[in-house]
Design a protein around this ligand. Sequence first.
Ligand code: PLP
Length: 298
Amino acid sequence: MVLHYGLEIFEGMKAYRLPDGGAALFRPDANAHRFHNSAARLAMATLPQDVFVESVRELVRIERDWIPSSSDGASLYLRPFTIGTEIALSTKPSIEYTYCVIASPVASYFKGGAAAVTLWVSENFTRAAPGGTGAVKCGGNYAASLAAQAEGIQEGCDQVVFLDAVERRWIEELGGMNIFFVFDDGSFQTPPLSGIILPGITRDSLITLARDLGYTVREEPYSIGQWQSDAQSARLRETFACGPAAVVTPIGKVKGRRHSFTVGNGSAGPVTERLKVALTDIQFGCAPDPHGWLDRLF
Ligand SMILES: Cc1ncc(COP(=O)(O)O)c(C=O)c1O
C-alpha cells in the first residue's frame, strides 16, 4: 500500500547534547501530536502518542554515543515514520502498518553562521490546497514539491516559496520550512495556520520566544505583491525561514517570473540572529527553559 498509494507519514526531530554530557529532545509531545493528525488525515492507524514519544526516547538512549558533542550545532536527527504494509492493490486504508524510528547524526546546516538564501517564487506549481494534505507530514507533499524545487534550482535559487492554490498570491511556506517577516516597527508576521501549511514546531516556538522578547507577532496572510513593495520601501527589514534543518534561515533575495527583489541588505539580519540564538540556546541547554520544552533523557 505504501508503494502504490503513498500511505506514508513521518516526523523529523532532534536529540541535543547538553553541556553536562546529558541529552534532551525538544517538544517531542508536539511531534507526537502532529504524527497522530497525519495518520488520521491519511486514514492510517494512529499510534498512541505516549508510545511515539517513548520509542524516540528509547532509541536515543540506546544510540546515545551517536549524539554529537561538538558545540557547533550538530545533533542527532530522528525520523519516526509509519508505512502501510498490507499487500493489496485496491485503493482503501491499509489493515497492516509498520512503524519505525531511524536516526542519523547531522552537522550544523550552516557552518560559521547562517548564509542568506535566495528563494524562487513558484508560479507553475502549488504545494497544497484547501481540503488537501498540506497541514500534515506525508511523503506525498514532498514528492509534489520536487518539480518546483528543481525549477528553482535551475533558476539559480536555493529554495522554493509556494503561493496559495486559489488566488496564487498569498505566501504559504517553503518546501520544508515555515516563513516569517520582520518589519521596521519591530513587529513580526507569519502566514496563519489555515489547514494548508504545516504547523511547524519551530514556528510555534519562535512565535512564543518573539513575544517573550517583547515583539508583536501577527499570524496573518501576506501577499507576494506586498512582500515585494515592503522590501523595496524598506518597511520590511528581514525575512527568515524556519525548520529543523537550519533552525532559522535568513532569506536574502527573492526571484520569480514576475518578481525580483532583495530583503534588507541581502544578508542575515539582527532580529533573525537574535531569535535563532534564543531558540538554539534553549535546545542545547545553554539558557533557561521557561516553557518546559526540553525533555531530558539522561
Ligand atoms: C513543509 C514543512 N513546513 C514546515 C516545517 C517545519 O516544521 P518543524 O518546525 O515542526 O520541524 C517542515 C519541517 O519538517 C516542513 O516539512
